[in-house]
Design a protein around this ligand. Structure first.
Ligand SMILES: Cc1ncc(COP(=O)(O)O)c(C=O)c1O
Length: 449
């Protein structure tokens, strides 16, 4: 009976879906990013609704397993955003359970200033000091040749993103981490499915993070994940995600450890319920089963989404390659298979026009553009208006409020990115005629200027 009724609900919902969402709408605007949902996605969310489980349940269990399997990693934990995944990754490394290896207040973490704020924010939120390294133009990733000169005795980790799906130099950076005993966190929020030497990004370092916000390769609406191959880190991340508790039972389950009333931890009495024992200053960053159901359904389509992103990026390169005396198109290293989040373009300093002029022209002509997020985050109000200790390259400690133009000059390419770089879409809903429109508009603007 239950099955039959589920089918009935879904049959009605499918009629609704077909009449409301399947209509072809004329595209007036070509967005830089967006979600691609179909009936299977809605059907999965209906299933989760009809379960009326609400919190992370059967769909979440399956999502975490399937996501780990897709990446070829041992452990995956869902989170309610990519920003939460980043917060968990760095918070986990402060755990007392890591002994001497734990990050302590005042330790330094190497990162970049051209990127998304919530790669950098968790470093500051945990009382750690960000050390900013310049980026390369072309890949827009960290300039790995500049890392070693910035390492001090306080440097304990590298936390950087694979910029817009183009993988940073993992071989080199991993070997720097091994040589200097540093943790490596890969922010793979914009790079799901990208590969380096045929290994998925996010699985090479100690911890990898992902975002499933609608602009990303798959979506849960809001959502993210943290992955690791290390069981100890997995348990610590789980604890920080789930209120800081020591227990690792799934919601609705008890006594997974078989020692629920047989432990003595902290200064608690022997046998105090393990389910209510807390070992970290934790959060609650879990997802609901609706999000997980959507994530699972989207994950099935990831290979075809990636193919389309690759094709759109190739089309853009083909169509814009005649403009390379004015525009810098993305560079890809030979052992990298990118999973293009977007297509970055820089205006050469010799051009007769500015990025601002081109971007405004494209937007006016119905073509969505995006910045490389914060541009130079050190120039953003969040740094200028707050007292944040930081270093730039091998500088001594600087205060964010007192940075001068001379300090910014230590990151020339980051300022170049802020001034000259923007990106356009590659996401799977874009068709060749959309790419043609983008290319035609850029060509027309260049010709007229
Ligand atoms: C590199 C990077 N890291 C983290 C995030 C944060 O993800 P979320 O929006 O899911 O919090 C983003 C967002 O797009 C991002 O681009």
């Amino acid at each position: 009976m239950e099955r039959f009724l589920r089918k009935l609900v879904k049959t009605t919902a499918k009629i609704y879906y077909n009449s409301v969402f399947k209509k072809k709408r004329e595209k007036k605007y070509i967005p830089a990013s967006g979600k691609l949902l179909d009936w299977e996605d809605l059907s999965a969310m209906i299933d989760a609704s009809l379960d009326m489980w609400l919190t992370a349940g059967r769909f979440n269990d399956k999502f975490e397993k399937e996501f780990a399997r897709y990446l070829g990693v041992k452990y995956a934990l869902s989170t309610n955003s990519g920003s939460s995944a980043n917060l968990l990754a760095i918070s986990a490394l402060t755990s007392h359970k890591l002994g001497e290896r734990r990050l302590k207040k005042g330790d330094e973490v190497i990162t970049v200033a051209a990127g998304f704020p919530t790669t950098v924010n968790p470093i500051i939120q945990n009382g750690l000091i960000p050390v900013f390294i310049d980026c390369e133009i072309g890949t827009y990733n960290i300039d790995s040749s500049k890392i070693e000169e910035a390492i001090s005795e306080n440097t304990k980790a590298i936390f950087i993103a694979h910029t817009l799906g183009n993988t940073f130099d993992l071989d080199k950076i991993k070997s720097i981490c091994e040589k200097h005993n540093l943790w490596l966190i890969e922010d793979s929020c914009d790079a799901l499915g990208a590969e380096y030497n045929s290994q998925k990004t996010g699985t090479v370092g100690h911890i990898g993070t992902y975002s499933f916000y609608p602009a990303h390769h798959i979506t849960m609406g809001e959502g993210g994940a943290v992955v690791t191959n290390d069981q100890e880190l997995y348990r610590i991340i789980l604890s920080f995600r789930d209120w800081g508790r020591d227990c690792w039972c799934k919601p609705g389950k008890d006594d997974t450890c078989k020692k629920r009333f047989k432990m003595q931890l902290g200064n608690l009495p022997f046998g105090y319920d393990h389910k209510y024992t807390y070992s970290h200053i934790g959060y609650n960053l879990k997802i609901t089963d609706w999000q997980a159901a959507l994530g699972l359904s989207q994950l099935k389509k990831l290979p075809q989404f990636l193919q389309k992103r690759t094709k759109n990026a190739q089309l853009l390169t083909g169509k814009l390659s005649d403009l390379q005396d004015i525009l810098i198109l993305p560079t890809v290293h030979s052992n990298v298979q990118p999973s293009w989040f977007g297509y970055l373009i820089s205006i050469k300093p010799t051009a007769n026009f500015s990025k601002q002029q081109l971007v405004e022209y494209l937007e006016k002509n119905g073509i969505g553009t995006r910045q490389l997020f914060a541009g130079n985050i050190l120039r953003q109000p969040l740094f200028v208006e707050n007292d944040i200790n930081l270093r730039i390259g091998n500088s001594s400690i600087l205060n964010s409020k007192n940075l001068t133009e001379d300090d910014y000059k230590l990151l020339p390419n980051t300022d170049f990115i802020m001034n000259n770089t923007f990106w356009i879409g590659t996401f799977p809903a874009l068709e060749e005629q959309d790419i043609d429109k983008i290319s035609d508009a850029i060509h027309k603007f260049v010709k007229e200027n």
